[in-house]
Structure formats: structure tokens, C-alpha cells
Design a protein around this ligand. Structure first.
Ligand SMILES: Nc1ncnc2c1ncn2[C@@H]1O[C@H](COP(=O)(O)OP(=O)(O)O)[C@@H](O)[C@H]1O
Ligand SMILES: [Mg+2]
Length: 233
């Protein structure tokens, strides 16, 4: 049984006012079901990151509604948003965003610590997540001792450690070479095949082609939303 993970309705996100107002989201409605693998594409400035910040409960709308797993997010305050983020969403960014001078294991443990999970269980779950991304032998390495591809896989392990219902990635391959990109996308396939909902923002066709559904944005609007013919089953 699937259910609706993301339900954005008539989303408007406005920056500035008057003549200098920018509508980063200009009436976006979007539904994503559990188990989907969606790519969001569009030129720079089209509103992709703004939409990701909304879907990720990192930011609020100017108007419109957002439901995540059926819960209305659009009326929550910052404290409530941070609880939802911690429980339901795993984030991956272009720049990895790992904590420097901190081992891979400790980086992956961090979101579990925020949830109050005790040390022994934390270590077990973090090492398991690092095994899943193929870094069992790199757990005690710090970010500078890892390649970009490995750092991004630590970030994936960190995103998955809390068993989120949604994995959100903003230009995850933007800083990776083609081999690391390929490996990361294989990992996303594997994560999605295991039933997790994956949303990837990218301007690279190769990356979008791995998704089952491709959404295109322009000027704060969705201009197309299609199943990927190469992936549709
Ligand atoms: N914090 C902000 N303040 C003002 N304008 C912003 C802010 N964030 C984004 N914008 C503007 O909103 C539009 C969409 O930006 P963004 O969502 O980052 O696009 P994309 O990720 O597709 O490149 C752009 O015109 C951008 O300049
Ligand atoms: Mg962006």
C-alpha cells in the first residue's frame, strides 16, 4: 500500500516586496507517493532549492499548504519543524555538509544523538548505515581523509541512519567525478528499491535519467511532470 508522502498545494514563496518581489515558488502543487523516485530539474534560479527547502521542512511558505506524511507542516513553528525534519527526512547536499575533524562514524551518529538514542544503539545503527554505503572500512576516518565520493556516501549513511520516510538530495553529484556519480546513483537505486521515497534535484540529465519520474521547473512553476519512459515498468 502506498500513501502520499509529499502534498504541496498552491505553494507561493515570495522574497522581497513591491517591485523587487521575487516569486521563488509561484503556485506549485505537487504530490509524491511513498516509494517514488523523482528528479526535479530546471535552470538555475527556477525554484528547485526553494521547493526542496519547503519539502524538507527547512522553510515555510508565504501562502499555500504543505502536508508531509499527512501532517500539515505549513502551520508549524521552527521547533515543531525541526522535530519533523529529524524524524522524517534525510538530507543530502552538494557540499556533503559533514562535520570537520570528526570521524565518519561520529558524523553518522549525530542525528541519532539528537533523537536521544543511547550510545551503544547509536554506534550499531551508524556502523550498519556505513556498511550499507560500502564504507565499513572507513568508519574512523575524518572527512579530509576521504575522497569526495566517499564523503558523499557518509552523508547518505547519515541521512539514512534515522530511517527517514523521505530522502531529499539537492545537486548531490554536483561536486563528484563521473565514477563517484555513478556509484552514488547506484546507491540511490538500491535505497529506492528498498522502498524509500527519493527526491533528487539536479540539472544533469544523466542523474535525472535514473529517476522514474521527472519534474521540470521554470520561473517558480512546474512546467512538466512525466514518467521517465526509460524507467517506467
Ligand atoms: N533567501 C533568499 N532571498 C531572496 N531571494 C532568494 C532567496 N532564496 C532564493 N531566492 C531567489 O529565488 C529564486 C529561486 O531560487 P532557488 O530556489 O535557489 O533556485 P534553484 O535552486 O533552481 O537555482 C531565485 O531568483 C533566487 O535568487
Ligand atoms: Mg539550487
Amino acid at each position: 500500500m502506498t500513501h502520499t508522502v509529499i502534498d504541496v498545494r498552491n505553494a507561493i514563496k515570495q522574497y522581497g516586496a513591491g517591485e523587487s518581489a521575487i516569486f521563488a515558488l509561484d503556485g506549485v502543487s505537487l504530490q509524491i507517493e511513498s516509494g517514488e523516485y523523482v528528479a526535479i530539474m530546471g535552470p538555475s534560479g527556477s525554484g528547485k532549492s526553494t521547493l526542496m527547502n519547503i519539502m524538507g521542512a527547512l522553510d515555510n511558505l508565504t501562502s499555500g499548504e504543505y502536508f508531509l506524511d499527512g501532517i500539515e507542516i505549513s502551520s508549524m513553528d521552527e521547533d515543531q519543524l525541526s522535530v519533523v525534519r529529524g524524524r522524517k527526512i534525510g538530507f543530502i547536499f552538494q557540499s556533503f555538509n559533514l562535520i570537520p575533524r570528526t570521524t565518519a562514524l561520529a558524523n553518522v551518529e549525530l542525528p541519532l544523538a539528537y533523537q536521544g538514542i543511547k550510545s551503544a544503539e547509536r554506534k550499531m545503527r551508524a556502523s550498519k548505515a556505513l556498511e550499507v554505503v560500502g564504507l565499513a572500512d572507513r568508519m574512523s576516518h575524518e572527512p579530509t581523509e576521504l575522497s569526495g565520493g566517499q564523503q558523499q556516501r557518509v552523508a547518505v549513511a547519515r541521512a539514512l541512519a534515522t530511517r527517514p520516510s523521505l530522502l531529499l538530495a539537492d545537486e548531490p553529484t554536483g561536486a563528484l567525478d563521473s565514477k563517484s556519480t555513478h556509484d552514488l546513483l547506484d546507491l540511490f537505486d538500491q535505497i529506492n528499491a528498498a522502498g524509500r521515497t527519493v527526491v533528487v534535484i539536479t540539472h544533469e540529465n544523466d542523474v535525472a535519467e535514473r529517476a522514474k519520474r521527472i519534474i521540470r521547473m521554470r520561473d517558480g512553476k512546474i512546467i512538466s511532470d512525466e514518467l521517465n519512459a526509460k524507467k517506467a515498468s
